[in-house]
Design a protein around this ligand. Structure first.
Ligand code: NDP
Length: 285
């Protein structure tokens, strides 16, 4: 048999750093594997993924806009992928396609590595799309003090609060939704926040989801602002910096979610051989 084949699927996908990240993990763990890129047409993910696995592909990472399609494609879902309603990692064993979501675990590990105390944090998560869905469960597992999901349109944030209500209650976390406009009102929410995560796609177009009014309510110098977008100082990060807060882009999350995918595919026995923080430092240099 030849070398095991993996790929990341998204649209667009040309600038994805996932191939470089997995190549570094493969080197660290002395694994022979090939990891490429796939760009299915929007609406044609299932067809492309089925063809990939039928041709012998072992595993696939999935990014914007296909995480929901990937969830629908999987024959078997892990509990956390089921709860998230989104899949970022697929693999095939014994004729079945399995789906998991490692985004949330990746974000939590990156935050902990940056010294963020999640337990007792007052968290604001902005956005209610696929990326937000993937991280709510693992963040709630850390039993923060409070958790607000804010979105431009309220329906999706309300839906996520309902979906995660039981988990939040079991961790004794107050989980609530707000609209972005609510965040401009000093009376509508308890301010400031310890951790503010931008899980919207706004950073891609150099916009911030936050108005200047909201910014002055939300951030103090002890706040930490995390943007899931990576590779630049986004408008959201600039707003936080202007308030004296610490900031991070999402590259650490990308590397950490990739590490979990790599271990799902190649075996947990390789855990101590790979070092995501070293790979992250190399990508930044
Ligand atoms: P979705 O399309 O599923 O969701 C988009 C979200 O962004 C919605 O909540 C939408 O609000 C909001 N939004 C979009 N544009 C604006 C805007 N101009 N102002 C305010 N809100 C806006 O995308 P995903 O959730 O899948 O991805 C979001 C981002 O996270 C992407 O940039 C992606 O690259 C990044 N990401 C990074 C990862 C990493 O490892 N670092 C992992 C996963 C994602 P509404 O509902 O009102 O439309």
């Amino acid at each position: 048999a030849g070398v095991d084949v993996y790929a990341v699927a998204g649209n667009p996908i040309a600038h994805s750093k996932s191939p470089a990240i997995h190549q570094r993990f493969a080197e660290q763990a002395k694994q022979r594997m090939h990891y490429g890129r796939l760009q299915p047409e929007v609406g044609a993910f299932a067809q492309a993924a089925k063809a990939f696995f039928a041709a012998g592909g072992k595993g696939m990472n999935v990014t914007v806009p296909f995480k929901l399609d990937a969830q629908n494609l999987a024959d078997v879902l892990t509990p956390r992928a089921q709860l998230a309603g989104a899949v970022n990692t697929l693999w095939k064993t014994e004729g079945k396609i399995f789906g998991d979501n490692t985004d949330g675990a990746g974000l939590v590990r990156d935050l902990l590595a940056q010294g963020i105390d999640l337990h007792s944090a007052r968290i604001l998560l902005i956005g209610a799309g696929g990326a937000a869905r993937g991280v709510i469960g693992p963040l709630l597992e850390q039993a923060p003090k409070s958790f607000i999901i804010a979105n431009r349109s309220s329906a999706k944030a309300d839906e996520l609060v309902k979906l995660f209500a039981d988990l939040a209650a079991s961790k004794e976390v107050a989980l609530e939704s707000r609209t972005l406009a609510d965040l401009e009102d000093p009376a509508k929410t308890q301010y400031p926040f310890d951790l503010v995560i931008n899980a919207t796609a706004a950073g891609l177009t150099d916009e911030s989801p936050l108005s200047s009014q909201a910014v002055s309510n939300i951030f103090v110098p002890s706040s930490f602002a995390y943007d899931m977008v990576y590779g630049k100082t986004t408008a959201f990060m600039q707003q936080a910096l202007q308030r004296g807060a610490r900031v991070s882009d999402g590259l650490g999350m990308l590397v950490e979610q990739a590490a979990d995918a790599f271990l799902l595919w190649r075996g947990a026995h390789l855990t101590n051989l790979i070092d995501p923080r070293v790979v992250l430092a190399e990508l930044r240099s």
